[in-house]
Design a protein around this ligand. Structure first.
Ligand SMILES: *Cc1c(COP(=O)(O)O)cnc(C)c1O
Length: 414
C-alpha cells in the first residue's frame, strides 16, 4: 500500500458543504455529489441512482466511463503522457489526419477547451485580416444570446451581457446582431468585419436552431466582404445533431470550425479546424498552449471520433432523436401548464416553459433531480436535454416516467 495515497489528504471525508468552504464560488452545484457512473447511469454519495440526461453538458457523448475510451486512455497513460510543443506525437498526428479527412478542413490546432478553440479562431481571423487587408478590418460580428466561452475575448464576443458585467474594459470592435435576423446581418457585416462567429444551434442561449437561410446569408456576406466565417460547434458538433458536425446538415461550410466538449468525452481537449490558406496566418510562434494535443487528450479524441463518425452510429442518433422528440411532444401535450413547445436538433433538445412556470426552469430541474433524473437548463425559460448519444430506447422510456413523476410533483405542489 502506498503510504502517501493512504494519507488523509486523499481519503478525508468531503461533502457538498466542502464546496462552499474551499471553492471559488463561481458555481452553484446540485446538492448531491456524484461519485460513480457508467453509460447514462450515475450514483451519488448516498448510493442514490440517477438517469443522466445531461452528459456533463453535451460532453460525455459516449457515456460515462465508456469501455473503449477507458481502454485507449489507460493504454496511452502507460505509454506516453506529455511532451510539450518542442515535439509532436503519434496520437495527435493521427487525430489531425482523421479530423481533416472527416471535414472541410485541411489543418487542425489543438487546445484544451471550447473557449480556447474560439480564442484561437478569433485570433486567426484578426491576424488574417490584418495581414491581408490591413488593421482597419478588425470588427467581429456575433449574435445576441450566443455563448463562446469565458475568456475575456470570448465572453465579449458572446452575446450575454450578464457574463461581461464588471469585467470592463472589454476588447473593442465587437458587434452583436439578433440570431436568425438576415436584415441585421446585412447591415452589420461590412468591409471592416474580419470575422462572423455563429453557433449553428444556440445551446446555452436556449437551444435555438439556426435558420438555414440565415447561415447561408452569413456565408454569402463573408464571401462578399472577405470576413472569416467561424462556426462554433463546441456544443453542436461530434454527432450531437445526428451529423458529425451540424454544418454538414445545413449545406453551409465555414472557414473555421471550433470543437471541444464531446471531442474528449470528458477528457479536456479543444480543436480549431481551418483551411490551408487561413492556417498559414498562424505561423511558428504566433499562437500556442502547453497541453494542446498532448498524447492523452489526442488518444481519447481519436477514439471518440472513430466511434461517432460511423454511418450506423449517426443514424442511431437520428433514430433516438425522433423517439425522444415524440416523447417530449407528448409530455408538452399532457402538461401544457408547464411547457409550450419542443425545439432543437438531434439529441440537443429544449422544452420551452409556459407562462405559469415563467422563469422556473431551475425548479423543474430540481424536481427531476428529486426523482433521480438529471437534466440541464438553458437560461430560466428552457429545460435542456443532452443525453449521451448512446441513449437506448429503454432509457428514453425511463426518462419519460421520471420526467412525468417530476412534473406531477410540481403541478400538484403548485
Ligand atoms: C460550452 C461552450 C463553449 C465553451 O467551452 P469551454 O470548454 O467551457 O471553454 C463555447 N461555445 C459553445 C457553443 C459552448 O457550448
Amino acid at each position: 500500500m502506498n503510504a502517501k495515497l493512504d494519507s488523509t489528504v486523499t481519503t478525508r471525508p468531503v461533502t457538498r458543504q466542502t464546496f462552499d468552504e474551499v471553492l471559488v464560488p463561481t458555481y452553484a452545484p446540485a446538492a448531491m455529489v456524484p461519485v460513480r457512473a457508467a453509460g447514462l447511469d450515475l450514483w451519488d454519495q448516498n448510493g442514490k441512482h440517477y438517469l443522466d440526461f445531461t452528459s456533463g453538458i453535451a460532453v460525455t457523448a459516449l457515456g460515462h466511463c465508456n469501455p473503449l475510451v477507458v481502454e485507449a486512455l489507460t493504454k496511452q497513460a502507460n505509454t506516453l503522457w506529455h511532451l510539450g510543443n518542442g515535439y509532436t506525437n503519434e496520437p495527435v498526428l493521427r487525430l489531425a489526419c482523421a479530423l481533416t479527412e472527416a471535414t472541410f478542413a485541411d489543418r487542425a490546432f489543438f487546445c484544451n477547451s471550447g473557449a480556447e478553440a474560439n480564442e484561437a479562431a478569433l485570433k486567426l481571423a484578426r491576424k488574417h485580416a490584418h495581414t491581408k487587408f490591413g488593421a482597419h478590418k478588425s470588427r467581429i460580428v456575433s449574435c445576441f444570446h450566443s455563448f463562446h466561452g469565458r475568456t475575456l475575448f470570448t465572453v465579449s464576443v458572446g452575446g450575454q451581457a450578464k457574463y461581461t458585467e464588471g469585467f470592463e474594459p472589454l476588447p473593442p470592435s465587437i458587434d452583436h446582431i439578433p440570431y436568425n435576423d438576415i436584415e441585421a446581418a446585412r447591415s452589420a457585416i461590412g468591409d471592416d468585419v474580419c470575422a462572423v462567429v455563429v453557433e449553428p444551434i444556440q445551446g446555452e442561449g436556449g437551444v435555438v436552431p439556426g435558420d438555414v437561410a440565415f447561415l447561408k446569408e452569413l456565408r454569402a456576406l463573408c464571401d462578399k466582404t472577405g470576413a472569416v466565417l467561424i462556426f462554433d460547434e463546441v456544443q453542436s458538433g461530434m454527432g450531437r445533431t445526428g451529423e458529425l458536425f451540424a454544418y454538414m446538415g445545413c449545406g453551409v461550410t465555414p472557414d473555421v470550425l471550433t470543437a471541444a466538449k464531446a471531442l474528449g468525452n470528458g477528457y479536456p481537449i479543444g480543436a480549431m479546424l481551418t483551411t490551408e490558406e487561413l492556417a498559414k496566418t498562424l505561423s511558428v510562434g504566433t499562437h500556442g498552449t502547453t497541453y494542446g494535443g498532448n498524447p492523452l487528450a489526442a488518444t481519447v479524441a481519436l477514439t471518440v471520433l472513430d466511434t461517432i463518425n460511423q454511418p450506423a452510429f449517426l443514424a442511431r442518433v437520428k433514430e433516438a432523436s425522433a423517439k425522444l422528440v415524440a416523447t417530449l411532444n407528448q409530455i408538452v401535450a399532457d402538461y401544457p401548464q408547464v411547457f409550450t413547445l419542443v425545439r432543437g436538433s438531434g439529441l440537443l433538445l429544449g422544452m420551452v416553459v409556459a407562462e405559469a412556470f415563467k422563469g422556473r426552469s431551475k425548479d423543474i430541474q430540481k424536481a427531476a433531480e428529486a426523482q433521480g433524473l438529471m437534466v440541464l437548463i438553458a437560461g430560466t425559460e428552457v429545460l435542456r436535454l443532452a443525453p449521451a448519444l448512446i441513449v437506448s430506447d429503454a432509457q428514453i422510456a425511463e426518462f419519460d416516467g421520471l420526467m412525468r413523476a417530476a412534473l406531477d410533483s410540481l403541478t400538484k405542489a403548485a
